[in-house]
Design a protein around this ligand. Structure first.
Ligand code: LR7
Ligand code: MN
Length: 529
């Protein structure tokens, strides 16, 4: 069917291809467990065994072992993706999968899903890097893949960790594009063409698929977090998903099949131009085992002139687990933190202070020599971290301005809003019609319970009714700058017990708290924690 469609298409336009249509596996059994990505229910008699196996890998290995290695999956792409047409001459990819003590069934299902659901002419090779697994899986694996033409197996003579293992896999890759996957993934129909096409259009774009969830307990295949999300990071140096800010949604015209720019990547699943990856410095080879490399690569891509994007038409599932099942040769926390500190020291400029402020012990971690990475940054003439925050991660919340609520602060009755009016320090807080616009109206209720505009805080030292609100430098110590925003909309000053009132003049004033509309205030945005 697909072939005849493609033949038809090529008779119209010989330079185009349709998405590869996989056929059903030859021994397909629709009644087998887990088919169509459905949940596996472990029968009572197998519960004990399945619980035991769970501990090995942090997921339900029993379920994985009992499903087909070629199981079918739902198609979770937006419908517009299905009719897309791609150039006939898309470049080929090498797929690199690194693993340490991975369950054979999840690893092989990853391999088969790639072979089953990718156009054969686009897969150059699949490189498996066994990172010195200790369990006896290597020989059966070696034997199994001997029959798979495009699959190569490399074994590390010592434990390297996923970062150096990926460099080792990369060094064997010969196709123009390299695609990385974790060892417990399943790719779905149409996953590959959008990735290769985008990198082909622009070699400095690094692309990630949309990541679906393979349930760790049932192996059910389902959509990840719904909505328009992208990757970010927090000041604990952890990767996080966050809703895409409205200006980026607007740029995409809410078009759900157009690539989305993402400040960071989760780390495991991406495609990159092979030579470009070399040019921007592969990975920091002094990072060990796990962690940190995803943010390091993300910062480096953006700061050094590349782009990182999520392709909504490419869907790949990943088994998310709650524990890291394998051992770290050294202390796990220390290993991960060292990788994060290397990232912060090389890429984050002064903003690394925020990382150290949150976790002061990180200052004392011996992070080794970073000269080579700093030289790389210089050689590539990479931009500052400030540039990255201003242009890419524009919705970042800096710790000194973390907000519980932010935006215009409005008194709905009068439609008047608080406004510092750009007045100098020690001046009084003012008001203006909410219909006005201006940076001086954007006020945050910070996690320290300050009402702040940039570095200026609302300070009440006159504890009499009718007292005005003074604009002073934020001191982050509570005192006269501590406010609570009550559920009923009041803004109460802690030390005086008074409430912010619109007043009758040009400045708001402090008054005893009463149920009057002049004491009701609302922020444009609230950020529940
Ligand atoms: O010492 C090791 N050697 C390895 O070869 C440790 C791990 N590995 C292998 C491992 O077998 C697996 O195939 O490396 C791969 C990734 O390890 P996981 O699956 O334990 O990592 P994860 O999925 O918990 O974590 C995410 O963050 C990591 C940070 O270092 C990596 O970037 C992972 O690739 C990344 N996974 C994803 O991005 C998948 C989507 C998750 C999300 C969101
Ligand atoms: Mn993983």
């Amino acid at each position: 069917m697909a072939d005849s469609n493609n033949t038809l298409l090529q008779s119209i336009n010989p330079n185009k291809r349709l998405i590869f249509q996989p056929t059903l596996p030859h021994n397909f059994n629709p009644n087998a467990i887990g088919e169509n990505g459905e949940s596996v229910i472990v029968p009572d008699k197998a519960k004990a065994e399945s619980d035991k196996l769970f501990k090995n890998h942090g997921f339900n290995q029993w379920a994985s072992d009992h499903m087909s290695l070629h199981r079918t999956l739902p198609d979770l792409r937006p419908s517009l993706c299905k009719s897309q047409v791609f150039p006939k001459d898309l470049p080929q990819t090498s797929v690199v999968i690194v693993f340490h003590n991975e369950a054979l069934s999840t690893l092989l299902r990853t391999v088969h899903s790639v072979l089953d659901r990718s156009a054969p002419d686009l897969i150059h090779q699949i490189i498996l890097v066994d990172d010195f697994s200790s369990i006896k899986g290597h020989d059966p694996l070696k034997k199994y893949i001997a029959d798979l033409k495009k699959v190569i197996l490399v074994r590390n003579p010592k434990r390297e960790g996923l970062i150096r293992s990926r460099i080792i896999g990369y060094s064997r890759a010969t196709a123009p594009i390299v695609t990385f996957l974790d060892a417990h993934c399943e790719v779905t129909i149409g996953w590959l063409e959008p990735l290769l096409d985008r990198v082909h259009q622009n070699r400095s774009v690094v692309v990630c698929p949309e990541i679906d969830v393979i349930d760790d307990k049932t192996f059910q295949y389902r959509a990840g977090s719904s909505g328009d999300i992208r990757g970010v990071f927090n000041w604990d140096m952890k990767f996080r998903w966050r809703l895409t800010p409205s200006q980026e949604q607007k740029r995409r015209n809410n078009y759900n099949v157009l690539f989305a720019r993402s400040p960071t990547m989760a780390g495991g699943l991406f495609a990159i131009d092979r030579q470009y990856f070399q040019e921007i410095g592969l990975y920091d080879s002094q990072m060990d085992i796990w962690g940190g490399e995803n943010l390091e690569l993300s910062f480096r891509i953006w700061q050094c002139g590349g782009q990182l994007e999520i392709m909504p038409c490419s869907h790949v599932g990943h088994v998310f687990r709650n524990v890291i099942p394998y051992k770290f040769p050294k202390d796990a926390g220390l290993t991960i933190n060292k990788n994060s500190v290397r990232t912060a020291e090389v890429w984050m400029d002064g903003y690394k202070e925020f990382v150290y402020q949150r976790q002061p012990y990180m200052r004392n971690i011996h992070f080794g020599n970073i000269t080579e990475r700093l030289e790389l940054r210089k050689k590539l003439q990479c931009k500052s971290f400030k540039w990255y925050l201003d242009h890419v991660f524009t919705d970042v919340i800096l710790p000194n301005e973390s907000a519980i609520a932010k935006g215009k602060v409005r008194n709905p009755e009068s439609e008047m809003c608080l406004n510092t009016l750009g007045r100098p320090k020690h001046a009084f807080l003012g008001l203006s019609p909410c219909a006005h616009e201006g940076k001086t109206m954007i006020i945050s209720l910070t996690v320290l319970n300050e009402l702040a505009m940039d570095e200026v805080c609302f300070d009440v030292s006159d504890h009499q009714s009718g007292g005005k609100i003074t604009l002073l430098d934020c001191h982050s110590m509570g005192g006269n700058q501590f406010w609570s925003h009550k559920k009923n909309g009041k803004l109460q000053h802690r030390d005086s017990g008074l409430c912010l009132d619109r007043g009758t003049g040009i400045n708001p004033v402090m008054q005893p708290c009463k149920d009057v509309p002049s004491q009701i205030w609302t922020f444009d945005n609230y950020y529940p924690n």
